[in-house]
Design a protein around this ligand. Structure first.
Ligand code: AMP
Length: 424
């Protein structure tokens, strides 16, 4: 299957060629025909599958064809809601890239920065608006934005929206949308509250599911280090100094923890930056920009800040803390091993996190290779005293302290210590 066979118009085909896209990804192959027929879509897919192009291409195509006929002032005809600023920026960039020969204009609005440049862009006229919910509602309240001309509505990363408490904002936004519209709803997971929300948004829809979970988990080489909480900093420094790590995205459960890791690494002479909600938008963009263009090799992030960020050829993901929601593990390791590249995901697991580990291994249906031969193994004494206060995972409230205790080697047995496969 080619993009041409999907009946994509020449100006977009040219842009895709310039990007080096030769074949559509599965979500693109399945979604584009549905969307070009004007139908609503429920996409069960996560970032990394090519879902942005799956919705951006047909929307750009409609808007381009529409502008060929109607040359009046630009109206906001497309609204894309996404949970984080970084994702919003990335989606805006994708629209600019795929639409560079279409003259379709987009702008991105999000909180944490001055609104003037955003309102100026809105005043100049845009066809596509990419927004995070809070700033969108704010600018709507101030009268800068009307949704009355919306023809295409995309709710991206719906499960993360709900995790982040955006449900009321989303409902307020939906209430302002015209009923005549084409709606697209994307979510990596489909728990009942998401299905409920999708019913409120979608009319007669078609569903497309791509399962990157298994693919991601299979493609990424995963390894696990049992280590006491107090030895995690030493293990991290040791790995970064002894292994060939071209670039690493390190996940911390908390903002404070992320800052602490930066300090630990700086003390060890390893330059690093952190991105999280307490950093200014400019600082986040700078760190992310440096990381993406290779000026910075180590980036520490919380899950929310890192959500969906797309970094080409990231060699390592390091889970300094294991996530308590197993799907988050898949999202995290999916930052590496993108497109056709392979990647390495290293996870630290202390005694308190064993229940999380068990849930993760159950979800990926895989035992992660345990690296036993490292200088900072789990401290038994600490583990014994801590095990009595071990938190329980969100999924499994009745784990025993032996949860996830398997030190068996991975049945895939293919973890290699050649860490330098993805060159920047
Ligand atoms: P997304 O899931 O939208 O975040 O896309 C993940 C990555 O795949 C991005 O870096 C895109 O540039 C890239 N991508 C999307 N579609 C294609 C394609 N058809 N061929 C090659 N790369 C693609």
């Amino acid at each position: 299957m080619t993009f041409k066979e999907l009946e994509i118009i020449e100006p977009i085909l040219d842009a895709l060629r310039a990007e080096g896209y030769t074949t559509p990804t599965p979500i693109q192959e399945q979604s584009i025909p549905i969307l070009l027929q004007g139908k609503d879509l429920l996409g069960c897919a996560q970032t990394g599958t090519g879902k942005t192009a799956a919705f951006a291409i047909p929307i750009l195509q409609f808007l381009y064809l529409d502008r060929q006929k109607n040359h009046g002032p630009r109206k906001i005809k497309t609204l894309i809601i996404t949970p984080t600023r970084e994702l919003a920026i990335q989606i805006g960039e994708s629209f600019s890239t795929y639409g560079k020969f279409t003259e379709v204009r987009n702008t991105v609005i999000f909180g944490g920065v001055k609104q003037n440049p955003q309102t100026d862009a809105l005043r100049r006229g845009v066809d596509v608006l990419v927004a995070t919910p809070g700033r969108l509602l704010d600018l709507m309240d101030q009268g800068y934005i009307s949704l009355k001309d919306i023809e295409y509505f995309v709710l991206d990363e719906a499960d993360h929206m709900l995790d982040m408490g955006f449900i009321h904002d989303i409902k307020k936004i939906i209430a302002k949308l015209p009923t005549e519209r084409q709606s697209l709803f994307f979510s990596a997971t489909m728990p009942p509250d998401i299905v409920d929300l999708s019913r409120k948004i979608l009319g007669n829809f078609e569903k497309v599911t791509v399962k990157p979970e298994q693919t991601t988990a299979e493609k990424v080489e995963q390894a696990l280090y049992f280590v006491s909480k107090k030895n995690k900093p030493k293990l991290l420094v040791h790995l970064l100094k002894t292994e060939t790590v071209d670039s690493a995205l390190i996940f911390s459960r908390t903002k404070h923890g992320a800052d602490k890791i930066v300090k630990i690494l700086e003390k060890a002479g390893i330059p690093a930056s952190a991105i999280h909600g307490n950093k200014s938008q400019n600082a986040r963009q700078r760190a992310l920009g440096d990381f993406k263009n290779g000026d910075l090799n180590i980036l520490i992030a919380t899950d929310i800040a890192a959500r969906g960020i797309d970094i080409e050829e990231l060699s390592h993901v390091i889970n300094y803390d294991l996530p308590n929601i197993p799907e988050t593990y898949i999202h995290r390791i999916g930052r590496t091993g993108r497109a056709s590249a392979s990647g390495i995901a290293l996870s630290f697991c202390d005694m308190e996190e064993r229940a999380y580990l068990r849930d993760i291994q159950k979800l990926i249906d895989q035992k992660i290779t345990v690296i036993e031969n490292h200088p900072f193994p789990g401290d038994d004494e600490e583990e014994t005293t801590e095990s009595s206060q071990k938190p329980q995972s969100s999924r499994q409230k009745s784990h025993s302290s032996s949860a996830g205790n398997s030190r068996t080697s991975n049945n895939r047995g293919n973890y290699s210590r050649n860490y330098s496969r993805n060159k920047r």
